[in-house]
Unconditional design. Sequence first.
Length: 347
Amino acid sequence: MAVESFKRIFDEAKDSTKIFSFDSLRHSLNLITPKKEKYPTTYQLDDVNIFYESKESIIRNLCLHPILIQKPNFNVSFLQNLYDFMQDMSYSESKLAQCLYLLHASKSDFSSLDLTSALNEFNNIFLNFNSIETNVEHKEYNFLKDLEYIFEKILKSSNITKIIDNLINEIIFKKTKFDYNKVRLVFFKSRIVDLDGFSGKNTVYVNTKPLVNFNQLNIDQEIKEITLKLNFISLVIHELSHVVLRFKLNDLNISSPFLSEINDESIEKNVDECGYEIEKRFFKHVINWPASACYLNLAYCKQYLEKLLRNEDVEIDIEKGRLLTVPFESLPKMAFSYHLRRHFFHF
């Protein structure tokens, strides 16, 4: 319904003014379904049906986005990739990943940005989402095997999964237990350099681009390896919290900080950003690992990592580790791991 309306209005715009209006699309959808709300993408669907169903959710999310209400008009050239994607009904693992990225990106909170910066973020989304490609040859990257090993250790770590479960249970109380053994890791390539990763149904997606960029830095090799691994752990627990939350709510189109909008009595509280909440719970701070590499106490952080992977109950000391943190109140409220340039240090 929403997808068909989007394609029709796009075709009309392409044949006339070359300007697509989300206002026109919103008006068209209001005539069909006057109730303004997000369209769920049920967690229990199989991957193929998630791919099909989430397209409807993406278009509706875009129509409801405050930035696109404030500035609804786009040249059709910026939306051509999105139109082609909505037209294409052939399924693949890469297209599923692109769909899930769009699902989360379409409801990202850009309220901390000025309007021009927020629109630039949308242009980046529309122009580059289709660069996500999951056919990654692991032999291209010598560090992926180590990260896969760490991923398995995380899933088997009772200390790590207990912290995630406790946080999610504070947010939503449901007796359904999440099975971490079902979670898989998918690496992908992409032109989106500020995207670290995102999540799907029982899946954590990790972008190789920032990993490769960091791995190419001309710094001490051991510092680089330890920082890369700790940053990866931070990313995985961030995305796992989103996975478990959406599992509990049985909806892939749900994200903090919008839990208060849901009519569900099991929701105990709202949180600004579930992923950063778990990072803060786990590390006591949100740590900027790439920036910390310049100052890292290698011996301390190496020992901390070793204890973590042995499933020991260990807390990190920011001062001893010489780690740089990001003020929690300045963090972006996204539905995935993404670095808005005004918030994070970049190499």
